[in-house]
Design a binder for this molecule. Sequence first.
Ligand SMILES: NC(=O)c1ccc[n+]([C@@H]2O[C@H](COP(=O)([O-])OP(=O)(O)OC[C@H]3O[C@@H](n4cnc5c(N)ncnc54)[C@H](O)[C@@H]3O)[C@@H](O)[C@H]2O)c1
Length: 354
Amino acid sequence: MQEITLNAPSAAAKIFVGDDALEKRLPALTTGQKNFVLTDSNVYELYPDLFKKYFDGTEIFVLPAGEENKSFPSLYAILSKMAETGLLRTSRLFAVGGGVIGDIGGLAAALYMRGISCVQIPTTLLAQVDSSVGGKTAVDLGGVKNIVGAFYQPREVLVAPSFLKTLPAREIKCGVGEIVKYAALNGEIFELLENNGDKLDDLAFLTDLIVACIEHKARVVEADEKETGERRSLNVGHTTGHAVELAYGFSHGESVLYGMLLETATAIEKGACEREYGERLLSIVKRALELAPVSTPDFSEIADCAKLAKSDKKNTDENTVKTAVAKRKNEWTIMALPFEEYAEALQKAARERM
Ligand SMILES: NC(=O)c1ccc[n+]([C@@H]2O[C@H](COP(=O)([O-])OP(=O)(O)OC[C@H]3O[C@@H](n4cnc5c(N)ncnc54)[C@H](O)[C@@H]3O)[C@@H](O)[C@H]2O)c1
């Protein structure tokens, strides 16, 4: 088991990576007071023994799987059940699942009695490399992703890579979407991926990537927990990715990959990213898109979809779209483009690079 500490200004989080993490940490965390488990219907069905072994007698709330349930009505139902269960300030909420469960569970923990301990047990690759770490919690509202949320650090994150054995190939691809984001920002992860793209079904290799990504994220979040500076780098691919997610209905990780492709191609074109580095990054993105391939989307209307990027939380001026892009190895920058220019550039990138 490897241990990583994230000392954020608001609170410290301990992250444990290894298949023995649950065995080693859960017995101590589950005793002593009333606790609460949040999971989704797929994970609950796939892992009955886990819930029996560690959470027998604990209230288990099973949310139907799917992004559409990362919603206010679900949050209300979870909080109501927490109150009904009689949780106390000392209680813990265990969020066992992918990014949806981690995000809504983290927010419920932040809100209940103004904050109880949250333990994240991520079960998708996306959640293990990224969403369970860093304390961003949220639900979607009115068709806008993550518009209501809080920064709230989990007390512990227990990452057991063997959960990935039951994860469908397309969900592995979604997790690789976030790994590619780290590759864009971190030269070591870039090289690991560039040189071992054929090993993405190897659990030992994925574990190395998980640790590398978490370490990168932990250092960024320690420096800038509330995303006023360095943490904005973690939005590489995400401004356009979120727009693609809303307009075309792809899942988060796949949308990030399309966002990375379109934004990197645009950044090369506009001189915000060094061409040679950008082309290598594009090859990594394209290889990731070929994992569990789907038919290439029709992005001929992508300029319309750019309107969604305009309402991105990170924009401060409604006529400019700001995207975090890789500049060269280990360096990133903000590319600010007038809306019309951004929309045209996306259209061109979709035509020439897809
Ligand atoms: N908080 C953050 O920093 C952050 C970062 C990135 C993404 N996110 C959020 O994460 C969400 C996406 O996360 P996700 O991709 O994990 O989606 P998800 O939680 O919907 O999980 C994807 C699917 O995998 C299933 N699943 C989970 N674990 C499994 C397992 N071990 N075996 C088989 N199936 C399993 C789930 O039931 C679901 O059907 C989005 O809502 C996104 O906004 C948050």
